[in-house]
Design a protein around this ligand. Structure first.
Ligand SMILES: [Zn+2]
Length: 378
């Protein structure tokens, strides 16, 4: 199947997280006649597919991807049905076109073309796919598979993640790390009472009004050359009994830090509580650490990716480690060199997600060039 045909087939499968729904089967067929083996594992609600061509002492290159997609949202708002993969004006539309069935299909096509010219690559090739990158943590993540590899003494040298990293042109941006994510649920306790008798009540909304301002203005760190400064956001806040004459006794707030490696979770917790204590209100915080930041420090693989982008698309790529977290966080503890490179991200998770057909071809050529350069450098 061509790159485009494969992508269309994958888009037609409604693989909303954590369900692969048959994408793996379509992908496995692409390896007919090639000397690869498959291993499928299931843990909680996540399915994983590991495709490998052996495990020699050579370096291991891994393409990491996911087959699940976020829900399409209201279908009536889409120009074409979200699971149709229809082509309009040389663009293929559908949920997952860019995030990240596009990257997956480009890589598989690139690999097959590479193997036609290089029948015996001098490195191990692995494709690791999972069905719950976008979904909830409690449904399982790819970390278990990676941890098993570590326990079995397996190692990934170079990890290429096909997430949509590009901004305006394919390859203009790559990611070599990601910020961490720390969430908190805050409860502020007041004393419920009648609004007409404020001395007998304690209002948690007014009590932390100033605190919110302080949190907003706080400089958590300055970031560094690879990361923006840590940012703080409030996602939900609720208080009030519904009645207009009652001072509420409780306020609840959800917040999140996207943090650079310049701050540790403990430092952020401590700074947050220092600000909060100034309010003199009684409170309780429950913390959830969803991801630690990571950064690829070795440059061998980054240089390969950079020069492949230059060769094919003639642009000097820029490193930007913004955006949400990615599955790279699970691979990072292995010590692998991790680079994220994929199609344009401007329509991901949106109504009318799409990718340019020409961009898909460029991406496939860049991926192929990366494989050639890994072969030559090994
Ligand atoms: Zn993704």
């Amino acid at each position: 199947m061509s790159n485009l045909e494969l992508l269309k087939k994958l888009i037609e499968i409604e693989s909303v997280s954590p369900n692969d729904n048959g994408c793996f089967e379509v992908i496995k067929k692409e390896f007919d006649g090639l000397n690869f083996s498959f291993k499928e594992t299931k843990y909680k609600n996540i399915s994983n597919l590991i495709i490998t061509n052996g495990n020699s002492k050579n370096k291991t290159f891994c393409f990491l991807g996911h087959t699940d997609v976020v829900p399409p949202g209201p279908e009536s708002e889409w120009t074409v049905p979200p699971f149709s993969g229809e082509i309009v004006d040389n663009k293929i539309y559908g949920r997952g076109a860019a995030d990240m069935k596009g990257g997956v299909s480009c890589f598989i096509s690139a690999l097959k073309e590479f193997l036609l010219d290089y029948k015996n690559p001098n490195f191990n090739i692995m494709i690791l796919l999972n069905s719950n990158e976008e979904g909830k943590l409690e449904n399982g993540k790819v970390d278990r598979v990676i941890n098993e590899m570590i326990e079995n003494g397996q190692f990934i040298d170079f990890c290429l993640i096909g997430e949509p990293s590009s901004s305006k042109q394919v390859g203009d941006v790559i990611r070599i790390g990601r910020r961490g994510s720390l969430s908190g649920n805050l409860k502020v306790f007041g004393i419920q009472g009648h609004v007409a008798y404020p001395k007998q009540a304690l209002n948690p909304i007014l009590g932390i009004g100033k605190t919110l301002e302080d949190l907003k203005n706080m400089e958590w760190d300055h970031g560094n050359e690879n990361f923006d400064p840590t940012s703080f956001q409030v996602s939900n806040i609720k208080s009030g009994t519904g009645a207009e004459n009652v001072v509420p006794g409780l306020l609840e707030m959800n917040f999140n830090f996207r943090f650079s490696p310049e701050s540790s979770p403990d430092q952020l917790k401590e700074k947050f509580e220092t600000v909060l204590k100034k309010s003199k209100m009684k409170y309780e915080v429950n913390w959830t650490l969803s991801a630690l930041p990571f950064l690829t420090s070795k440059t061998d693989f980054i240089d390969i990716v950079r020069s492949a982008i230059k060769d094919i698309n003639n642009i000097d790529t820029r490193i930007d480690n913004g955006g949400g977290t990615s599955d790279g966080r699970w691979v990072a503890p292995m010590g692998s060199e991790i680079v994220e490179l994929g199609p344009l991200n401007k329509t991901i998770h949106q109504i009318d997600e799409h990718v340019d057909i020409e961009d898909l071809n460029t991406l496939k050529e860049i991926y192929k060039k990366i494989l050639i350069k890994v072969h030559q450098s090994a």
